[in-house]
Design a protein around this ligand. Structure first.
Ligand code: ATR
Length: 279
């Protein structure tokens, strides 16, 4: 019988996951389909009960359900529990088990760029849900020094305090971080600032960066945010959010099928959907 997978969220109409995963099912000769389900906040519990009753094999979870879904699951992976957010669910013999592949996907994307992560002095800009997944996953991967700056400093502090992995972290405001930005090997932009249509906005300003600095932005629309443009202009290597999106999807696909898919193929597929080219 054909297996059914999907993604739940609100809004969901522009999700690139259905085209990306359906291509992978076809390419790997797996008899399955992936659908987008528009689930409003108040309907989450009913939707999850329905997906379970229908025997859906697995699904992704996106805004605004990543945290609210946790009490509705039968089990949760320790990293997802620590992050407090689930983006991937697998149905194993009728039990729904939650994972978070966002942070690990981001780490994979960095490793694919050839970065030796443990030696990096890292600055995470932002302290929301995406920052939390990335910060915990970098700490899990053995990065020793990860500073966090945010508009609301208290949120960065609670992120640091909640981390279950050992890591050295200084917390600061964005303007404080601007003064020492030249010390960092790796800058990670996790806020929504600079996302289309506000493409002229950037969360942090700098005139110089460390030689060989690497700047990564989780935004993929536009492919080159103002933050990345400014970092590139100064000489940094840059990476946009396509790689994180592809790798979180690849890790979800692996959880569902035990096959780690071809991420180059996925990147091409996503860029086609976005109508541009990667950096
Ligand atoms: P996500 O789950 O996508 O990370 P989020 O949890 O709402 O979204 O977090 C958004 C991040 O962007 C936060 O770091 C937020 O800063 P605050 O914690 O101070 O709210 C940051 N952010 C959003 N809009 C911002 C703005 N206009 N200026 C500065 N930071 C902003």
């Amino acid at each position: 019988m054909k297996k059914v997978y999907g993604v739940i969220g609100d809004p969901i109409g522009h999700s690139m996951s259905p085209v990306m995963h359906n291509d992978l099912f076809e390419h790997n000769e797996i008899d399955a389909t992936y659908l987008a389900f528009h689930v409003k906040k108040g309907n989450l519990e009913a939707a999850v009960t329905g997906l379970k009753a229908l025997g859906v094999s697995g699904f992704n979870v996106t805004v605004p359900h990543k945290t609210d879904i946790i009490p509705l699951l039968d089990d949760i992976d320790p990293l997802a529990k620590a992050i407090g957010a689930v983006n991937t669910v697998v149905n194993t013999n009728g039990k729904l088990i939650g994972f978070n592949t966002d942070g690990r996907g981001f780490v994979r994307a960095l490793l694919n760029k050839g970065l030796s992560l443990t030696e990096q002095k890292v600055l995470v800009i932002g302290a929301g849900g995406a920052a939390r997944a990335i910060y915990f996953s970098l700490a899990e991967a053995g990065v020793k020094e990860i500073d966090v700056c945010n508009r609301t400093v208290e949120k960065a502090l609670s992120l640091k305090e909640a981390c279950p992995f050992s890591v050295e972290t200084k917390v600061s405001s964005i303007s404080e971080a601007e003064k020492t930005i030249v010390d960092y090997d790796l800058l990670i932009q996790t806020t929504s600032i600079g996302m289309s249509p506000q493409v002229d906005d950037t969360p942090i300003r700098f005139k110089a960066l460390k030689t060989n600095c690497f700047a990564s932005d989780i935004i993929y629309n536009p492919l080159e945010t103002k933050f990345l443009k400014e970092a590139k202009f100064i000489g940094a290597s840059i990476q946009n959010g396509v790689d994180m999106f592809v790798n979180q999807g690849a890790l979800a696909f692996e959880i569902w099928t035990s096959i780690f898919p071809d991420t180059n193929r996925m990147t091409e597929n996503v860029l086609k959907q976005l109508g541009g080219s990667s950096c």
